[in-house]
Design a protein. Sequence first.
Length: 199
Amino acid sequence: MEGSAALVSDGPLLTSDERTAPLTRRVGRKSVDGHATMLGVAKVRSVDRVAAALSELGMDGRVRELPESTRTAAEAGAALGCEVGQIVKSLVFRVPSSDEAVLVLASGSTRVDVDRLATLLGSAVEQGSGSFVRERTGFAIGGVAPVGLTSPVRTYVERGVLGWSRVWAAAGSPRTVFDATPDELLAATGATVVDVAEG
């Protein structure tokens, strides 16, 4: 994106070693009868998990940290100097009948029609609460990434995302993003393209 270089960190948020490191790290050892045992496992930051997923998936996009919050699509667009439509919103819904989580990746300029989504799923849906989103994805609302989720989530991509040559998605926190092509997002998430926009 033109004009975005001054707004993002000059280098990658993570080193190449950090990107490829295992998702758990040993934080202490104790010898018991001559055998080393792990005392604990360090909790991996959400951003690190996303960076590792991008690396494993062979995606070219890199995690970048912005100086301002990207909790909303408008904030992210302003910080990156791009169109709001190029920001991918990660919306997590709950299906009450099954307690299933559903992730919808939508263009920042699109509002998802919950009734159309419910018709598509054949069941009522509701916006996932903060605790539900964190439990099912491993991310907090405002930083839900489409990759690096802690458990599988059925994922859909709203057709409006496909209208851009390159898009930006949350990378695990309200101030981190990564860039990708829509095709890369589809391949990485195994998502189904749907028409669930309002209007």
